[in-house]
Design a protein around this ligand. Structure first.
Ligand SMILES: *[C@@H]1O[C@H](CO)[C@@H](O)[C@H](O)[C@H]1NC(C)=O
Ligand SMILES: *[C@@H]1O[C@H](CO)[C@@H](O)[C@H](O)[C@H]1NC(C)=O
Ligand SMILES: *[C@@H]1O[C@H](CO)[C@@H](O)[C@H](O)[C@H]1NC(C)=O
Ligand SMILES: *[C@@H]1O[C@H](CO)[C@@H](O)[C@H](O)[C@H]1NC(C)=O
Ligand SMILES: *[C@@H]1O[C@H](CO)[C@@H](O)[C@H](O)[C@H]1NC(C)=O
Length: 387
């Protein structure tokens, strides 16, 4: 049984397994979800009338000091798409020129880095943003990869997410803090493709009836947190629950927010010390082992997914080979989002307030912006997750 096996081995072994899983991503279909029943104690956060900077999440940089989009200079197509998508969802960003692996000098790579291929350039491009943060004392940055896609209601979603990060960080909603998301976090991993929780922390910020949660049978992920208390047990069970928790190992870096403290820890661990794996594995290791007391928080399912444009299959990822260049995707699609901004550009352009779902069987074909962003979360302690 994967569950038992997983927790009887050392955390180092889990990391090693994670590395292997990462490399075998394509075609691996194992179920690493944790199953079991759970007793749930509901503990809603008391509402507060006091004002704090919580609502800064609605600003153009989603409450972060800046947003950087990492993009290779030659991918003008991806820059076109993410620029329009961001503008129409009222988000602005700074472009970070990604670099090719060939441009990362061998001498500049960490001791022991044998990894080759596009992942070297990806590692370095993310680290360049973080180095910039450290040099310029930028307090927080959301880093997006250029194929990132999000739901049209990303701002109300980030509002609930910020309530959740504050709850998990033990910071009242009305308390002053530097970041609307609270202070003391290192990584907010909002655009992953696999995520695990820290087993010793039973707290979950739970957002039920959230139309932006994609259906369980569409989650092709290797590591999942235990969702059974919300999806299987009791009369309220439904498949539209998003939970937030202190995160451990994760994969994919479509979107993550990094704090200044987080940037310092990541650069130290992934560049100054011996290091030899992809950036998401490296950050997952820091989160999983809580190196330097790193505090990472993730939603599950993620808030940011990836778009897959129409045309040759190799237009998608600049990291992984995703099929033959000769294979054609006839129609653009997106993964891990429901009311995709990129797929609703027609409607964003013509001022429509109704948007089309990727999963009509679960949400109905159309929904208003207001309803898409209507879910509200609360804190819970989950007693008996079956670790
Ligand atoms: C958004 O809010 C954050 C946090 O208060 C702030 O640092 C950032 O400058 C704001 N962005 C814009 C575009 O005003
Ligand atoms: C963007 O801002 C405009 C003006 O405030 C608003 O009408 C529109 O609904 C916003 N779009 C989205 C997708 O949030
Ligand atoms: C570790 O981080 C947590 C959460 O940010 C904080 O409450 C705690 O004081 C930190 N511990 C140390 C030893 O820094
Ligand atoms: C949730 O989805 C799973 C399949 O992915 C299904 O077996 C289950 O019945 C669904 N639960 C509810 C409450 O709809
Ligand atoms: C906006 O565009 C969509 C998709 O093309 C169309 O179905 C809808 O009727 C248009 N709405 C308005 C108000 O023009």
């Amino acid at each position: 049984m994967p569950t038992l096996m997983k927790y009887s081995v050392s955390i180092g072994t889990i990391f090693a397994v994670g590395v292997i899983l990462h490399l075998c991503y394509v075609g691996f279909n194992g179920d690493y979800g944790l199953k079991g029943e759970a007793g749930v104690i509901r503990n809603p956060i008391a509402g507060s009338k006091a004002r704090s900077n919580l609502l800064d999440v609605y600003n153009e940089t989603l409450g972060f000091q800046d947003i950087f989009v990492v993009s290779l200079p030659e991918r003008s197509d991806k820059r076109d798409a993410i620029s329009v998508q961001a503008a129409l969802t009222n988000i602005s960003f700074t472009l970070e020129e990604a670099i090719l692996s060939a441009d990362v000098a061998k001498k500049a790579r960490p001791y022991g880095m044998e990894m080759e291929g596009a992942e070297v350039g990806c590692w370095r491009s993310h680290l360049n943003v973080m180095q910039n943060m450290v040099r310029n004392r930028i307090q927080s940055v959301l880093i997006l990869e250029d194929d990132a896609d999000w739901d049209v209601a990303i701002k109300p979603q980030m509002h609930q997410f910020a309530r959740g990060t504050r709850w998990l960080l033990d910071i009242p909603e009305n308390a002053p803090s530097r970041s609307p998301y609270g202070d003391g976090w290192d990584v907010l991993w909002i655009g992953h493709c696999s995520m695990h929780s820290h087993d010793q922390d039973k707290r979950r910020f739970v957002i039920p009836n959230d139309p932006t949660v994609h259906p369980p049978d569409k989650r092709d992920m290797m590591l999942l947190p235990d969702m059974s208390p919300w999806e299987h047990d009791g009369p309220d069970a439904n498949n539209k629950t998003r939970v937030m928790f202190q995160s451990a190992y994760g994969f994919c870096s479509a979107a993550w927010a990094i704090s200044l403290a987080g940037a310092e820890k990541i650069i130290y661990e992934l560049s100054m010390k011996p290091f030899d794996t992809a950036i998401d594995n490296g950050v997952g290791g820091i989160c999983g082992l809580k190196k330097h007391n790193a505090t990472c928080i993730a939603p599950f399912p993620p808030l940011v997914g990836v778009s897959k444009p129409a045309g040759s299959l190799d237009k998608g990822s600049d990291i992984r080979v995703e099929g033959d260049a000769a294979d054609i995707r006839e129609k653009a699609t997106s993964e891990r989002v429901v009311f995709s901004a990129r797929l609703n550009i027609d409607r964003l352009l013509n001022g429509s307030t109704e948007f089309e779902s990727l999963y009509p069987e679960s949400t109905g074909q159309f929904m208003s912006l207001k309803d898409i962003g209507s879910a509200v979360g609360h804190g819970e302690w989950v007693d008996r997750l079956n670790w």
